[in-house]
Write a protein that binds this ligand. Structure first.
Ligand code: K7E
Ligand code: CUA
Ligand code: CA
Length: 642
């Protein structure tokens, strides 16, 4: 049972060549996945499962963080179609915080307060433009090739929006909707400027779009998908304005950036530009497209661009037909395995690794050779490929330990495979004696993203790898047909990977990053002066302007500043609430029954809500956040006269 999974079995893979079209179609089918439970590797009772169990007893102490002790790392995770981002502790797996971004969260009042609505975006009537999101990728801002602790960015695949989270408060402060794209999936910040090397921090964020659409998408060309296309987008890291876009052949999926700032790249699984699944799997190879950032920006500067529909964003043509000469080309399409998934930069800055997905390989592309192609010194794009080891079935994402080893998630094999990049390169050159695959470990089950501690920085430290598994099946107490996902933390310090803990995740995280705790510097409380609408003793009270009523309120444990607030039915009421408590962690809530108002104010923070007083009656405005022995008594009468 699953015997070929249990040992370091590079040869065992060699009999499994590229997946045929029918097998690949089955990849998405229930049959293949259901099969994993009955006869897949790592099912309870299998040798590999007991190996994992053995690892658990060995590793339990490594994942255990004593009461009162702190974790060594933060894990910043996407939340999938929950629309949020999340913070966990590593190695404990403790959930530390959920950050609402594209979703609505009554706990903090995200999507309810005026301030959060303005960030999410509203329609003319003041209601939210979107209430759903689908986050996949979280990445941090860089300085000198490592995290600087300023910002996180996270994508929304449904409505093609990029959000920024400021790391001092861990709150979303800006959201930008990308024009003329659909299925914005991969995102990555740059690590330094491609031209001005004195700018060695993040100034741009790149965004790949998966789905092709008509240009503009206004009802034209519905029956002619050959006219549809995808754009690669650059967003300014500071202003969050869209700087430029590039039209490509095929689509984009994940995004990575080079350490020297010259390139962004994206794996493409639909170089066929097909509108249907069979067509997307027609070609034996797809590509990883590299973007020469400086050349794109030179064209924009020279006015060599078009625009689409009502968007003013410059669109540069990155299609092959428009770029016949490598020396002036803005794009380079490097052929890689069939329908690849993630692309990841090695911490030494030398390589990009594209995971095969429908091919049992990972493709290693040397960044310096891509640069040579752009200089006209390489015969073909494929010559930038320096290794393509066979590593197992369904490779999706690759992480690095900073010691030359790569760790790739194998979705179909339900494994993490550890392989050596230098050995893979030697093997590709013809050396048959090298051992490329160094270890395999079964995970439970079907891993998607995997990421290592500091693994996407020059400070990759090779301590932990987290496997984000898409199926938990039997790993946890059953809670109904909807299962939790399994996050498995793996100790990667030794030759052998050791699973040291399982923790649960509410569906469904995709990518995450693991950041050393010393990089993260959060505020303890807010600064009251940062809020222009703050309420103090000088302006507190009720003011009326026609039927517009402004209630300026303060909270200080255990009371709101006004015991009675009286308005008239039909009034448009704005409540602005400033929390005057200065004690760390002393949060108050504000809920008004019937009126659907629910939000919190942290120490020294100000928030506001606006609503129509359309129900006459007495409504107890009460504090929701347990703050004081008199928390239950912390309430005011909100009276609406008929
Ligand atoms: Cu592989 Cu959206 Cu990064 Cu999911 S994606 S796992
Ligand atoms: Cu204030 Cu509870
Ligand atoms: Ca394809």
């Amino acid at each position: 049972m699953g015997s070929d999974h249990e040992v370091n079995d590079a040869p065992a893979n060699s009999r499994r060549r590229f997946l045929g079209k029918s097998a690949a179609l089955g990849l998405a089918g229930a049959g293949v996945l259901a099969g994993c439970k009955e006869n897949g590797a790592g099912a309870p009772g299998s040798a590999s499962a007991s190996a994992a169990a053995a690892g658990k007893s060995h590793g339990a102490s490594k994942a255990h963080v004593e009461p009162g002790q702190l974790d060594d790392y933060y894990l910043f995770s996407s939340g999938g179609h929950s629309g949020e981002a999340r913070i966990m502790g590593v190695p404990s797996g403790r959930t530390l915080r959920r950050i609402p971004v594209f979703n609505i969260d009554p706990m903090v009042g995200w999507g309810i307060t005026n301030e959060s609505k303005a960030i999410i975006g509203t329609k003319a009537d003041g209601s939210l433009k979107y209430t759903t999101g689908d986050t996949h990728h979280v990445h941090g801002s860089y300085k000198n090739g490592t995290y600087d602790g300023r910002f996180l960015w996270v994508n929304d695949k449904i409505h093609s929006r990029l959000a920024r989270i400021r790391m001092d408060t861990m709150e979303c402060d800006k959201i930008t909707e990308l024009p003329n794209v659909m299925g914005f999936h991969g995102t990555f910040p740059d690590k330094c400027d491609p031209v001005d090397k004195s700018i060695n921090h993040t100034t741009r964020v790149f965004c790949g779009a998966e789905f092709a659409i008509p240009f503009p998408n206004d009802g034209r060309d519905l029956d002619d998908p050959s006219k549809w296309g995808s754009l690669f987008t650059c967003v300014d890291a500071e202003t969050m304005d869209v700087r430029w876009q590039v039209r490509v052949d095929g689509n984009m999926d994940l995004v990575a950036t080079s350490y020297d700032g010259r390139f962004a790249c994206s794996n493409q699984y639909n170089t066929e530009n097909a509108p249907d699944q069979a067509g997307m799997m027609a070609a034996e190879r797809d590509a990883c497209v590299f973007f020469d950032v400086a050349r794109i920006e030179a064209l924009v500067k020279a006015g060599k661009f078009t625009t689409i529909g009502s968007s003013k964003v410059p669109v540069v043509d990155g299609r092959k037909a428009a770029n016949p000469d490598p020396k002036t080309s803005v794009t380079c399409y490097v052929p890689v395995g069939k329908n690849p998934h993630g692309v990841n930069a090695s911490p030494d800055g030398k390589y990009m690794v594209c995971s095969g997905k429908l091919s049992p390989t990972a493709t290693v592309i040397e960044v310096a050779l891509v640069a040579k192609w752009f200089d006209g010194e390489l015969k073909t794009e494929r010559d930038a490929v320096v290794a393509e080891p066979e590593i197992g079935l369904g490779p999706l994402h690759t992480a690095f330990d900073g010691k030359g080893n790569a760790f790739t998630t194998l979705f179909l094999d339900s494994q993490i495979v550890k392989w050596n990049v230098a050995a893979a390169i030697a093997q590709f050159k013809g050396d048959k004696s090298v051992k490329v695959v160094l270890d395999r470990v079964d995970v439970h089950y079907q891993p998607g993203h995997g990421y290592a501690s500091m693994g996407e920085t020059r400070e990759a430290d090779g301590k932990y790898f987290n496997s984000g598994n898409k199926f938990s099946k039997d790993r946890f107490l059953p809670v109904g047909p909807l299962h939790s996902e399994t996050e498995q933390l793996i100790d990667i310090t030794g030759d052998k990977m050791v699973i040291i803990s399982d923790h649960t995740a509410y569906p469904e995280p995709h990518d995450a990053i693991i950041m050393r705790r010393d990089i993260v510097k959060t505020r303890q409380i807010y600064n009251m002066d940062d809020f222009p609408n703050k309420v103090t003793a000088d302006n507190a009270g009720i003011t009326r302007n026609g039927n517009k009523v402004h209630v300026r309120l303060m909270s200080q444990a255990p009371a709101f500043s006004m015991p009675v607030i009286k308005v008239k039915k039909g009034d448009e009421v704005t409540i602005t609430l400033t929390n005057h408590d200065k004690v760390e962690d002393l949060t108050h809530g504000c809920a008004i029954p019937t009126y659907n108002i629910n939000f919190i104010v942290n120490p020294q923070e100000t928030k506001s809500v606006t609503f129509k007083a359309d129900h006459a009656g007495a409504f107890w405005m009460y504090c929701t956040h347990f703050c004081h022995a008199l928390h239950l008594e912390m309430r005011s009468r909100f009276l609406v006269e008929a």
